[in-house]
Design a protein around this ligand. Structure first.
Ligand code: ADE
Length: 230
């Protein structure tokens, strides 16, 4: 298997994924892990990768384009059609079954968010699968990506002894986050929902509530049930 990781902090990975079982699997050639600096794919001469959030809101959002360029460069280099993952507290929670399923892919690209996350259109454009490592929010997707890479690596054939492979180990009360968008207003033919550009705070709030309910119903119906009772 090959894993490519797109991140603002590629230097965090080698100390963790270069050691122990994963490090040995890499040395044996069972697994290749390549980490890439997201800024290297920014079209901005100063390497800018974020911008403010359309419709208002705290913090900065990562732009779609640097990630898109990174994914396209990886695809071109490898000539493969990777399965794309986005580490996000909004996704279904990683479990052993999911780790086993992901180990079935020959190529994964793992996107690490930071700040308030990434423009929703990147995820839509590439059909990225969102994966959470639990019902808590970390400062970025790097630690979750390491956890996922570790959990998936140990499920690859030859990484663990046969016996160990079969020994599988075994929140919040609110809603999941609504889709967010930043510049440009139209990216690859995908427009930001017009309500977010309207400046009408009541409508924006209502739209976000509706979207949050839809995302929660889609990804975590168990949370929605708790929300309804709460
Ligand atoms: N990024 C921030 N928090 C996260 C979580 N719990 N899982 C995956 N990615 C995240």
């Amino acid at each position: 298997m090959r894993m490519d990781i797109l991140t603002l902090f590629p230097e965090l990975f080698p100390p963790v994924l270069g050691e122990s079982i994963v490090g040995r699997a890499r040395k044996k050639g069972l697994l290749q892990i390549c980490c890439h600096q997201l800024r290297d794919f920014s079209p901005d001469p100063r390497g800018r990768v974020d911008d403010t959030v359309f419709g208002g809101g705290k913090g900065m959002l990562l732009l779609a384009e640097p990630f898109a360029r990174g994914i396209d460069a990886i695809k071109e280099h490898t000539g493969s059609l990777p399965h794309i993952l986005y580490m996000s507290p909004r996704g279904p929670v990683l479990n052993q079954g999911k780790a086993r399923e992901l180990a079935g892919f020959s190529h994964l690209v793992i996107l690490c968010g930071h700040y308030e996350g990434v423009d929703q259109r990147l995820l839509d454009e590439y059909g990225a699968e969102e994966v959470s490592i639990g019902d808590y929010v970390l400062t970025g997707g790097e630690l979750p990506a390491m956890i996922l890479a570790d959990a998936v690596s140990r499920m690859l054939p030859g990484v663990l002894s046969e016996e160990a492979c079969f020994t599988e180990e075994s929140h919040f009360s609110g809603l999941l986050e609504y889709p967010q968008y930043t510049r440009p207003e139209v990216w690859r033919g995908r427009a930001v929902p017009s309500v977010l550009l309207s400046g009408h705070h009541g409508n924006i709030r209502a739209w976000r509530q509706e979207q949050a309910l839809a995302v929660t119903a889609q990804n975590r119906p168990d949370l929605l049930e708790k929300y309804g009772k709460g």
